[in-house]
Design a protein around this ligand. Structure first.
Ligand code: BES
Ligand code: MN
Ligand code: ZN
Length: 486
C-alpha cells in the first residue's frame, strides 16, 4: 500500500509509557530541554534521554538530525529517537528521518511545546511512501503514528492542509510509478474522474471531440496505440470571478519513441513519461482537498506513443488546433506535439491569467541539469520568479534556462510551419521554443522540463527511489503565496 501510516493527535497520557511497545520519538529544541512528558519517559529509562541531549553528539547534531537510543532499560519499547528541531526546515527533515522508524513499528511522538509539530508530521507523511501494489506479498506493514501534544485538535487543524498536499504528492507518485499496462489512458482518465470525490469538476475529451477541435498534433501521437487518446480537464473554482491559473501536463503513458523507436536498454523507464500530467493531477487533488481559495484549471493530454501499421511516420505533416502545420521529423519528439494542442485548447477555452506546463520533455534536460534541477523556461520573469521562489522555499530544484530567436530558427521546416526537432544543440531549449509557438502573445507562461526530476533511482530526503512528486509542493506553494488571499 502507498499510504503506510495512520496519524492521530492526542492529549498527553504517560500512563502506558512503561508497557507500550513500538518506538518513541522525543522532539527537543536546540537547548535540549525536556518537556514534562519527555521527562516522565526519561525517568522510566533511568535518565538515558537526558544523557543523550546533554552529550557531545547532541551538541554536534544539526537541527533535523535524530539521536537514537536502542533497547532502553525500563520500558517495553525498543527504541527512542530524539529529534533535534529548531526551524521549519529542520522539523520537516526530522519528520522525514522519523519515517524510517514509523515504517518499522508503531511510533509515539512526544511533541510537547513544539509549534513545528505539523511540519514534522508532514515530513514524516511525505517520506512514508512505498509503492508495493504489484507485489503479491506486501513488503511493508501499516503502522500507527500517535502524536501527543497540547491542544491536539488545533494541531490537527493546522496539519490538515499539509496532509492534503502530502496526499497530492502521493497521488502523483502512484500515477508516475504505475506501469503502462495498468495505467493506460483509459485507467488514467478514470483515476482523474475519481477526483470528483474530492470536489473537482472533471471533464474528458475523447478522440472524436479532439478531432472536431482539430487537434491533429496530439492525435497523431496516439495513432499507433490501442489505448485511445484523451484529454482530461480538471477544474477547481475556489476563488472569485478571476481568470484561472492553468496547469498543463504531458501525459504520455508510455513512450516507445514510435516509429523513431527508442533503444531497448532503459526503455522501461518511459512508463514515467506521464509525469507532467501526474504533477498536474497531484496539485489539483491537493488544492481541492485543502479547499484552496483560488481558481485553477488542470489540463492533461493522455496518449501512448507506439510503433504500428497505423502509427505516425517520420516526415508526416500534421495540423495543430492552432492551425500551424508541423513536420514530424522524429516521432520520439512527441511530448511537444501533445502539449501544443493542450496549450492552445487551454488558452482558447479558459483565457487563463497564466500557464505552467509540466513535461518529461527532453533527455537534454538531464544532460544540462542532471537530476538536481528541473529546467525552467518562461516568457515573463515576473511570473517565473514566483515559481522559482516557491521552488526554493519547498527545496524542489529548479533552474532557469534561456529562450531566444536564434534557438527558434533551429525548428524551421523546409515544407511546413515548423518541424518538431531542432537538432542536438540545446535540445531542451528548442523543445521549449516549439511550445512557445503555441503560447499567445502576452500570455504569461512557464514551461517546466521535469525529465530529470520526476523519477529517481535513489532515495531522497522525502521520497524512496522511484517517482518523486517533484513540483506538487512548489506549485501548491506558489498558488497559496500568490493566488490566494492571505
Ligand atoms: N520522454 C522523452 C524524454 C525523456 C528522456 C524523459 C529521458 C525522461 C527521461 C521524450 O519524448 C523524448 O523522447 N525526447 C527526445 C527528443 C528528441 C527526439 C529530439 C530526446 O530527448 O531524446
Ligand atoms: Mn519521446
Ligand atoms: Zn516522451
Amino acid at each position: 500500500m502507498t499510504e503506510i501510516i495512520q496519524i492521530e493527535f492526542s492529549d498527553f497520557d504517560a500512563s502506558d509509557f512503561e508497557t507500550r511497545g513500538g518506538r518513541f520519538a522525543v522532539v527537543v529544541g536546540k537547548d535540549g530541554s525536556l518537556g514534562a512528558q519527555a521527562a516522565a519517559l526519561d525517568d522510566l529509562v533511568g535518565g538515558a534521554i537526558a544523557n543523550a541531549v546533554g552529550g557531545k553528539a547532541f551538541k554536534k547534531a544539526k537541527p533535523g538530525d535524530i539521536l537514537e537510543i536502542s533497547y532502553p532499560q525500563g520500558v517495553a519499547a525498543e527504541f527512542i529517537a530524539v529529534a533535534k528541531v529548531s526551524k521549519k526546515k529542520s522539523a520537516l527533515k526530522a519528520g522525514a528521518k522519523l519515517a524510517a522508524h514509523a515504517l518499522k513499528d508503531d511510533l509515539l511522538i512526544l511533541g510537547e511545546g513544539h509549534a513545528l509539530i505539523p511540519q514534522l508530521v508532514y515530513g514524516l507523511k511525505l517520506r512514508s511512501y512505498n509503492f508495493d501494489r504489484h507485489r503479491s506479498q506486501s513488503d511493508q506493514d501499516a503502522h500507527n503514528v500517535s502524536v501527543m501534544i497540547e491542544d491536539p485538535k488545533s494541531v490537527e487543524i493546522a496539519f490538515a492542509p499539509l496532509l492534503s498536499i502530502a496526499q497530492g504528492v502521493h497521488f502523483t507518485r502512484d500515477l508516475t510509478n504505475e506501469p503502462a499496462n495498468v495505467l493506460t489512458t483509459v485507467e488514467f482518465a478514470k483515476r482523474l474522474s475519481d477526483l470528483k470525490n474530492s470536489g473537482l469538476d472533471v471533464e474528458i475529451l475523447e478522440e472524436k471531440d479532439m478531432e472536431a477541435l482539430g487537434m491533429g498534433a496530439l492525435l497523431g501521437v496516439g495513432y499507433g496505440s490501442e489505448t485511445p487518446s484523451k484529454m482530461v480537464i480538471m477544474n477547481w473554482k475556489g476563488g472569485g470571478d478571476e481568470a484561472p491559473l492553468a496547469l498543463v501536463g504531458k501525459g504520455v503513458v508510455f513512450d516507445t519513441g514510435g516509429i523513431s523507436l527508442k533503444p531497448a536498454a532503459g526503455m522501461e523507464a518511459m512508463t514515467m513519461d506521464m509525469g507532467g500530467a501526474g504533477v498536474v493531477a497531484g496539485v489539483m487533488m491537493a488544492l481541492a482537498r485543502r479547499g484552496a481559495k483560488a481558481n485553477v484549471v488542470g489540463i492533461v493530454g493522455l496518449v501512448e506513443n507506439m510503433p504500428d501499421g497505423r502509427a505516425q511516420r517520420p516526415g508526416d505533416v500534421v495540423t495543430s488546433m492552432k492551425g500551424d502545420t508541423i513536420e514530424v521529423i522524429n516521432t520520439d519528439a512527441e511530448g511537444r506535439l501533445v502539449l501544443a494542442d493542450a496549450l492552445w485548447y487551454c488558452q482558447e477555452r479558459f483565457k487563463p491569467s497564466g500557464i505552467i506546463d509540466l513535461a518529461t520533455l527532453t533527455g537534454a534536460a538531464i544532460i544540462a541539469l542532471g537530476h538536481e534541477n528541473a529546467a525552467v523556461f518562461s516568457n515573463t520573469s515576473k511570473f517565473s520568479d514566483k515559481l522559482l521562489k516557491s521552488c526554493k522555499k519547498e527545496r524542489e530544484g529548479a533552474w532557469r534556462l534561456p529562450l531566444g530567436g536564434g534557438y527558434d530558427a533551429q525548428i524551421k521546416s523546409r515544407i511546413a510551419d515548423m518541424k518538431n526537432v531542432g537538432g542536438r544543440p540545446a535540445g531542451s531549449i528548442t523543445a521549449a521554443q516549439f511550445l512557445a509557438r503555441f503560447v499567445k502573445d502576452d500570455m504569461p507562461w512557464i514551461h517546466l522540463d521535469i525529465a530529470g526530476v520526476a523519477s529517481l533511482d535513489k532515495d531522497t530526503e522525502l521520497a524512496p527511489k522511484g517517482a518523486t512528486g517533484w513540483g506538487v509542493r512548489a506549485i501548491n506553494r506558489m498558488i497559496s503565496d500568490y493566488y490566494e488571499p492571505s
